[in-house]
Design a protein around this ligand. Sequence first.
Ligand code: PGA
Length: 248
Amino acid sequence: MKNIPIKLIICKDKSEVAKKSADIFADEIRNNPSMVLGLATGSTPIDMYKELIRLHKKEGLDFSKVVSFNLDEYLGLAPDHNQSYRYFMDNTFFNHINIKKSNTYVLNGLSKNPEEECKKFENAIKKSGGIDLQLLGIGANGHIAFNEPGSSLNSRTRIVDLTQKTINDNSRFFEKKSDVPCQALTMGIASILESKKIVLLATGEGKSTAVKKALNGPVTSKVPASYLQNHIDCTFIIDKAAALKLKG
Ligand code: PGA
């Protein structure tokens, strides 16, 4: 199934990662102003979003026809909860550019029928023509979105249990560890791999083992990011620290 190796761009630091990735997104948007973006939350893409906001304000980068789908959302958090991913996207990015809110899709963590919510989300992606460019982060355990180790290649948007590792990693954003939701809604591996182009960002030494396994290890459900080796157009943009384990 593997056609082309994952492309790798190693930057000197995280600000170069932000600049390089924002340039890729900006070029794609200029070439196709009504493109469909797949977006990610987490601390890693924040500087890229800042750079895209700067390009919007200073160079008129136009998001008015862009459509976006976010990878995941905590189950049980209201869209206006300050740790929900809808809140994160609005405050970190959408409120500072000219994207139409009605064109931004984030799974509803408070849906009364989460299974139906996942189906609706998949249908909305299909109706939009599919994701042109998907942004990803990577978990220290190799997860992509909330596809934790063990996720299958055929998985689609669904309800998942978070691992203790992810709950611990994310507890820094919550007052108490017990406040971190233990379930989420997430796009699946199959849904992600249907994107036409994928860009994964990783910064910091804490990600270097996961990056190494994803790039060079066997394709295995133990490291969900390794499934990206099956994609024909995937690029990792990482800083030197995240590349540390690649040497030797
Ligand atoms: P981070 O999360 O950017 O906050 O490190 C990435 C992820 O878990 O996918």
